[in-house]
Structure formats: C-alpha cells, structure tokens
Design a protein around this ligand. Structure first.
Ligand code: C2E
Ligand code: MG
Ligand code: MG
Ligand code: MG
Length: 282
C-alpha cells in the first residue's frame, strides 16, 4: 500500500465510525421520546411445566416499534436505555404493563399464571425498586405470588447489596429467578446463600444439547444442582422435541422456547394459550 491508499482507508474507517456514533445518538434521542409516544409494547412467551404439559406462566418481553426502523430488538436498545438511565422509567412501564395484563387475564377467569419480568442492572440497583414494585402490585391488584423477577448473575456480583435487595423483594412475596444461568460468573459460594427461587438455564446450552455432549453435561449438572439446592429450574430456548425429551429425562421443571411459541402479543397469547389453558402443550 502506498501512503495515499492508506490515508483513504483510514478516512473511510473514520467516516464509518462517525456514522455509527451519529446513528447511535439518533437512536438514543428516539428512545427518549419513545416512552411518551407509546412506541413500546410487550410480547409474551409461554412457560410450560414438563410434567403436566400445562402452561404455568409467561415471560413478558419488551418491543420497540420505531416509526422508521420498524421493530427494534431489545438486544439493541436495552443496553442504550441502560446507559442513558432511561431503563428505570422504561422498566417501570414494563412491570406495570405486565402486572396489569396478568391481572386482566385473571379477572377474565383464566387459570392463574405467573408473569416473569426482566430487571436490568440499573433498575435492580435503584433505591426505589421495592417501592416501585409494591406500588405497581397495589395499583394493578396483582397478588405478589403471580409475579417473578428475572435478574442475571452479574447483578449479584456485589453480594451484600444484592442479598439485601433480593431479601426485600422476597419478603413481599415476589419470586426471583436467575436468567441466562451459566453464562455469567457467579460463584457457587454466592448461589447457595442468595434468596432466589429459580435458575433459568441459558438457551445457548439448551439449544445445542443434542449436538454437543458438553452442553448436555452442563444442562444436566445445572438441573441436578437446582434440585439439590431446592430451586426450580427452567430451560430456555427449547426448539425441538429431542431437546424437550432430554429435559424431561433430567426432571427439569419448566421449559420455554420456540418449540412451544415465539413471544407473541397479548391478544394472540390469549387466543392461542389461555382459551384452552388446560389443554396440555407439547
Ligand atoms: P432473555 O430474558 O433471556 O429472554 C429470552 C430471549 O430469548 C428473548 O429474546 C426470546 O425471544 C428469545 N427466545 C426464546 N425462545 C427462544 C428459542 O427457542 N430460540 C431462540 N433463538 N431464541 C429464543 P428477546 O425478546 O429478543 O430479548 C432479548 C433480551 O433482551 C432478553 O433475554 C432480556 O435480557 C432483554 N429484555 C427483553 N425485554 C426486556 C425488558 O423488559 N427489560 C429488560 N431489562 N430486559 C429485557
Ligand atoms: Mg429473561
Ligand atoms: Mg434477561
Ligand atoms: Mg435468558
């Protein structure tokens, strides 16, 4: 390469970086307005008990309908919302919406199910978290046992702080699960003391459980550990029958994944799952 070519290369790179930064800034601006403009909505994915085949719950997952880009993935905007602090009001909106929807379904007479809501690090650390949760439960009239909050291993890194926060949440009767379990770096030393109810095995292990014997070993070890610690265990990302029967053999309690359903909007969830809530799935 001569110097001129190298210079042009660098220029293109700098330009691309600048575009990226601008795009990001734009997205962040859009994100700030999105809450007021009602551009967020929730989708629900069923959680199935593997013994009975019945639906026992659903995870609420947020979606952003961007006016120009269409549906933006939470993988893209949750980190942005987290950095900008917007995750706190957004997370509160998600929690309120999920609790209100669950209560509406209960009042419609469907068998009671538990709704799971993801918490982000910033939300979890927020000093008003407990007040927010109890306020929303009171407001919506949902009994605490029908709410489960999902945290990740990294949130338990500051053990004393996490312990305190989790204890308070559990005290009001809300359940807690560890999401994406196995991908973080929590030590078993932490785990044994944490006041939690459930481990959710990360879908990367579940997805390749039939192809990769190491993944099979990991899934079966987590499941058996959960049993010994008297925790419930849910497998995420179940996509086929073989994975499901493997999980059944391991006595995994619950499963979630495209095999049962992708996350869908409330009206579809109701039509597809609640009207025949006692019909076994899968
Ligand atoms: P997560 O909490 O682990 O949620 C499960 C993700 O796996 C969802 O992606 C879901 O659509 C996807 N999934 C479920 N079953 C399958 C399957 O069988 N195969 C495959 N390939 N994927 C499956 P989604 O909805 O895109 O959400 C991604 C992540 O964004 C979530 O991972 C969660 O960490 C975060 N997130 C979503 N909604 C919220 C929210 O309201 N608040 C916060 N803080 N985070 C959220
Ligand atoms: Mg989750
Ligand atoms: Mg999560
Ligand atoms: Mg997960």
């Amino acid at each position: 390469h001569n110097a001129k070519e190298q210079g042009m290369e660098l220029n293109r790179y700098a330009h691309a970086m600048q575009m990226k930064a601008q795009e990001r800034l734009q997205l962040e601006n859009d994100l700030r307005k999105a809450l007021d403009r009602g551009q967020f909505y929730l989708v629900y994915q069923p959680q199935v008990n593997l013994k009975s085949g019945l639906i026992v719950g659903m995870e609420a997952l947020v979606r952003w309908q961007h006016p120009l880009r269409g549906s933006v993935s939470p993988a893209e905007f949750i980190p942005l919302a987290e950095e900008s602090g917007l995750i706190v009001p957004l997370g509160e909106w998600v929690l309120r919406e999920a609790c209100a929807q669950n209560k509406r379904w209960q009042e419609a007479g469907y068998r009671k199910l538990c709704v799971s809501v993801n918490l982000s690090m910033r939300q979890f650390r927020h000093s008003h978290l407990l007040d927010n949760i109890s306020g929303i439960l009171k407001e919506t009239g949902l009994e605490p046992v029908w709410l489960e909050l999902e945290i990740t291993e990294s949130m338990t890194f500051d053990k004393d702080r996490a312990f305190e926060q989790l204890r308070k949440i559990k005290e009001i009767g809300v359940h807690i699960s560890i999401d994406d379990f196995g991908t973080g770096y929590s030590s078993l030393h932490y785990l044994k003391d944490l006041p939690i109810d459930r481990l959710k095995i990360d879908r990367s292990f579940v997805n390749e459980v039939m192809e990769d014997s190491n993944n099979a070993a990991i899934v079966s070890t987590i499941t058996s550990m959960a049993h010994h610690l008297q925790l419930k265990v849910t497998a995420e990302g179940v996509e086929n029958e073989d994975q499901l029967s493997f999980l059944r053999d391991q006595h995994c309690h619950e499963a979630q994944g495209y095999f049962f359903s992708k996350p869908i909007v409330a009206a579809d969830f109701e039509k597809k799952f609640l009207r025949d809530v006692d019909k076994p799935t899968g």
